[in-house]
Design a protein around this ligand. Structure first.
Ligand code: FCB
Length: 446
């Protein structure tokens, strides 16, 4: 089981960055320690029926205590970079003042990564909004964007020295649509129209944070991470073709178009004007200022069919036989290449990093080994898909496997394992899976 790329692949050149990724809430634990305040995910986990098996983030991978060991682990994989997130509720108290213990946790972590020559990709918001801000409306409240600006200022001033690449937001689609539209993620609200307003406020917050990052950290890169999938027509009906375009507008272009063109998609304006958020004067200029890079998280693709009442329906099961991962997501590496080429045609893209990509597998640790053959194939196929996109002209500068290790997979709790490294949650022992070994072998062969 190995990962191989064409020997002349740009991915194997020294300027291509390989990394692994995690997020604070998914790995840290210690959610009541050292002044960390409550986040919307603590509240969501504590609400019966929201997270599978009632799992929560109180211990997770205990990374808050095991961070040194985890840096050794990261280092051992031969990666160039590590993508992590900072927990807003750990860095700042309710009054908006710095939490010294939170700051020193991240400072130590980042300092140690730099001491190990590992580049740091730091996300400011990977979904853990302080609960007290949710009580004032969370992302439905425009004011939250200005609170995010204050948090960015603090993070940049206190930690900027050790950050190579800043990300304002991870996946605004998940925050707004899953969190405020579908109720699947915290805070668990279900209002499709308001969810779009939440999305606008997230984009606005991104735009408000960008100049701060550029000013306080002039040597770092700054940008945002979007999750995207292609949607294919589920069948040959003309209306399904329409549904697929509409699905891509709602899921992808609603977020990328304001960032890169300063407007929301026309197709949404035409088909469901109620989904276009309220925009104040100047918002679109704030949102669309230049970014140094765009991060893209890619896992799967969708199949859409028109539903006259819902105005669209995305069905997951395609007619032909395809492979799925343990979380039920279709494996389709060609669709990653296609997505990248289409985006490149449609937009003047900044350099791209693939900031997340990976597979959930039903991993079993047997005598210290995990034979995650599907994950190795998945990584191999997607890295080659990226190779193909670069060959066809897309400027892609790096790739991060999701995830460094198994962790709290949001509404799925600990039931879904995405790690290259297996975590035994009873003992907190970490074991390299076959995929970690294959990834390491590829990286060390460069
Ligand atoms: C992405 C999230 C990440 C992880 C993967 C599987 O949407 O950014 O935290 O849960 O999915």
């Amino acid at each position: 089981m190995s990962i191989s790329l064409p020997s002349n692949s740009p991915l194997l050149q020294s300027n291509f960055t390989f990394g692994v990724a995690t997020a604070a809430f998914q790995i840290e634990g210690a959610n009541q320690l050292d002044g960390r305040i409550e986040s919307i995910w603590d509240r969501f986990c504590a609400t019966p029926g929201k997270v599978l098996n009632g799992d929560d983030g109180s211990i997770a991978c205990d990374h808050y205590h095991k961070w040194q060991e985890d840096i050794d682990l990261i280092k051992s994989l031969g990666v160039d970079a590590y993508r992590l997130s900072i927990a807003w509720p750990r860095l700042m108290d309710k009054e908006g003042k710095a939490n010294p213990k939170g700051i020193s946790f991240y400072r130590n972590l980042l300092e140690q990564l730099k001491a190990n020559q590992i580049k740091t990709f730091v996300t400011l918001y990977h979904w853990d909004l302080p609960q007290h801000l949710e009580e004032k409306g969370g992302w439905l409240n425009r004011e939250t964007a200005y609170k995010f600006k204050e948090y960015t200022q603090l993070a940049a001033e206190e930690l900027g020295q050790w950050v190579d690449v800043w990300t304002t937001f991870n996946e605004p689609w998940c925050t707004s649509i899953l969190g405020y539209g579908e109720g699947i993620h915290a805070p668990g609200l279900k209002d499709t129209v308001k969810a779009r307003q939440a999305g606008h406020h997230v984009l606005l917050a991104h735009g408000l944070a960008m100049p701060i990052l550029k000013k306080v950290c002039p040597n770092a890169q700054a940008g945002i991470v979007l999750n995207m999938s292609k949607a294919y027509p589920a069948d040959n009906e003309a209306s399904s073709k329409m549904a697929s375009l509409y699905a891509e507008a709602l899921d992808n272009h609603f977020f990328i178009e304001p960032l890169l063109k300063g407007q929301y998609p026309n197709i949404i304006k035409a088909l469901s004007p109620e989904l276009i958020p309220q925009i104040e004067e100047g918002d679109m200029d704030i949102i669309s200022q230049p970014i140094d890079y765009l991060g893209l998280n890619y896992y799967t693709c969708n199949h859409a069919k028109w539903h006259p009442e819902l105005k669209r329906q995305t069905i997951l099961k395609p007619v032909t036989e395809v492979e799925y991962t343990h979380i039920g997501w279709e494996v389709n590496p060609e669709s990653l290449t296609q997505l990248l080429l289409e985006l490149n045609k449609e937009y003047a893209l900044p350099p791209i990093y693939i900031t997340e990509n990976g597979a959930a597998c039903d991993d079993k640790l047997i005598e210290g080994e995990v034979h995650d053959e599907q994950r190795v194939r998945y990584l191999n196929a997607h890295l080659n898909a990226i190779h193909n996109a670069i060959t066809e002209g897309v400027d892609i500068q790096g790739y991060f496997a999701w995830s460094l290790m198994d962790n709290f997979e949001w509404a799925e709790g600990y039931s879904k394992r995405f790690g290259l490294v297996y975590v035994d949650y009873e003992t907190q022992k970490r074991s390299l899976k076959a995929s970690a070994k294959a990834y390491k072998e590829l990286l060390c062969s460069r």
